[in-house]
Design a protein around this ligand. Structure first.
Ligand code: GDP
Length: 472
């Protein structure tokens, strides 16, 4: 069907062309190179095979163990609306300013680094919330090392708290809970911990392994202890990078500044970025003319885990695009322009995300081991029953993972999570919101709606057995 789309002929014409070559194919089947060429010629097309290095990341230099040194952790703050994410980020920004540094953090550049009172550096992504986190992940950037999930102690675990937990877990990022607003009269941190325990998330006070800290983002009480726990978590991760190599990392945000041109905040994840380096970021490239830190100071270089605003790219890459420093300027330009072209073509045709139909194809070529599913439903009972049954469909070949389940309509955040985790969404007695439907169409996420549990289980079982008949 992809080939049919590219050549603007019907799928049936392609299928019969294959039949005349003695091949019985379905619309979802992958054709080998030779068949592609023969079939395309029948319709008057030539085939050019584009090498994979244009679409995939440029091959990474592998670092030797002895070249690696410890780097600061990169932290994202997530949680339910109004539980205090912004307040916590603001407090940390104000309270921790590098000693002797003139002026505090004045610029909002999407990320900032602080030197902690207790020693050590920490970098915060200043775009709170799991949506930003997962949107970056959907573009291939795994930037966050540790997630702080804020829960208001005068409230409880709320729907977006659960989402944040699922999003962090789906990314394999360790969580530290910040139980906030303990200065408030109605605050009851124990109740929050109890709810977490009921969700099988045992914090240390409750005999579990997950760290949590009671805080007040307003007065700052407990915030140092929280950061210490984050540092402890980061020590366990043994985060390292090689500062003596060409820089590579991810784009945090980008904008067009009227006077100065494109301004892109990037986070260096490995190597050291220097003025004059030539970088390739997503579909854009350019020479680093100037770099600014979060204090508005010009800097000459930026090492691992440092965020900086860069001037010099010829466009605004998207949050989550990866960047690399290239020695060869011409090559960087040519890759950038091929990416632009490829993206234009691909957005017109190919299937980016997993669909139930796609499962059969991936099974056939043997690159399928896990089926990630997001379950949304109208009542808790049916969600649990459906999730359990789906999980039980796991076989030796395919593991079914329920990466998120919750009551409520299918939201944009669910679609983002599906994109980032290559998951399908199963809705039971619920529908997507209008904006979620649009995003699902754009991202081509498979959203399946059911009103009978049995139907959902059957259809997914069939897909897993490679038996689902393609929808024509
Ligand atoms: P966000 O939506 O998660 O970013 O939440 P905000 O940081 O905007 O906080 C929501 C509201 O809660 C604001 O009015 C804050 O002033 C208030 N707030 C946040 N943290 C605390 C706290 O520790 N104590 C008290 N009393 N209020 C807080």
């Amino acid at each position: 069907s992809e080939l049919a789309n590219m050549m603007d002929v019907s799928v049936n014409e392609i299928i019969s062309a294959c039949m005349s070559l003695g091949m019985m194919v379905t619309m979802n089947q992958r054709l080998d190179g030779e068949t592609l060429q023969i079939v395309a010629e029948e319709f008057g097309y030539g085939v050019e095979f584009v090498s994979a290095d244009v679409t995939e990341a440029i091959e990474e230099e592998v670092d030797q163990e002895e070249d690696l040194s410890p780097r600061a952790p990169i932290v994202t703050v997530m949680g339910h609306v109004d539980h205090g994410k912004t307040s916590l980020l603001d407090y940390v920004r104000k309270a921790n300013v590098i000693a002797g540094e003139s002026g505090g953090i004045t610029q909002h550049i999407g990320a900032y680094s602080v030197e902690l009172e207790q020693g050590g550096m920490m970098t915060f992504l200043d775009t709170p919330g799991h949506e930003a986190f997962t949107a970056m992940r959907a573009r291939g950037a795994q930037v966050t090392d540790i997630a702080i999930i804020v829960i208001a102690a005068d409230d409880d675990v709320m729907p977006q708290t659960k989402e944040a937990i699922s999003h962090a877990q789906a990314a394999g990022v360790p969580i530290v809970f910040a139980i906030n607003k303990i200065d408030r009269p109605g605050a009851n941190p124990e109740k929050v911990k109890e709810t977490l325990a009921q969700m099988n998330l045992l914090v240390e006070d409750w005999g579990g392994k997950i760290q949590s800290q009671d805080i007040s983002a307003k007065s700052g009480q407990g915030v140092n202890e929280l950061l210490e726990k984050v540092l402890l978590e980061s020590e366990l991760l043994d985060l390292k990078a090689n500062p003596d190599r060409n820089a590579a990392g991810s784009v945090v945000e980008a904008s067009l500044d009227k006077g100065r041109g494109y301004l892109s905040t990037i986070l260096v994840q490995n190597g050291t970025l220097k003025i004059g380096d030539y970088i390739l970021a997503g579909q854009y490239s350019g020479k680093v003319k100037a770099m600014l830190d979060e204090r508005g100071h010009r800097v000459e270089e930026a090492g691992p885990a440092r965020p900086v605003s860069v001037l010099g790219l010829d466009g605004a890459p998207q949050a989550g695009d990866k960047f690399v420093v290239m020695d060869d300027e011409r090559e960087a330009k040519s890759i950038a322009s091929k990416r632009t072209q490829l993206q234009r073509e691909q957005s017109a045709r190919s299937q980016k995300n997993l669909t139930l139909e796609e499962i059969g194809r991936r099974l056939a070529i043997g690159d399928f081991q896990e089926l990630n599913v997001i379950v949304k439903g109208d009542v808790d009972g049916s969600i649990e029953a459906l999730s359990d049954s789906l999980q039980k469909l796991s076989t030796d070949e395919i593991q079914v993972n329920i990466i998120h389940k919750a009551v409520g309509q299918i939201s944009e955040s669910d679609i983002l999570l599906a994109t980032a985790s290559d998951a399908i969404i199963v809705g039971f007695q619920v529908r997507p919101s209008a904006s979620a439907r649009k995003l699902a169409e754009k991202e081509q996420v498979d959203v399946r709606l059911y009103s009978i549990i049995y139907d959902a289980i059957n259809e997914i079982r069939d897909a897993m057995e490679g038996m689902l008949s393609p929808e024509v």
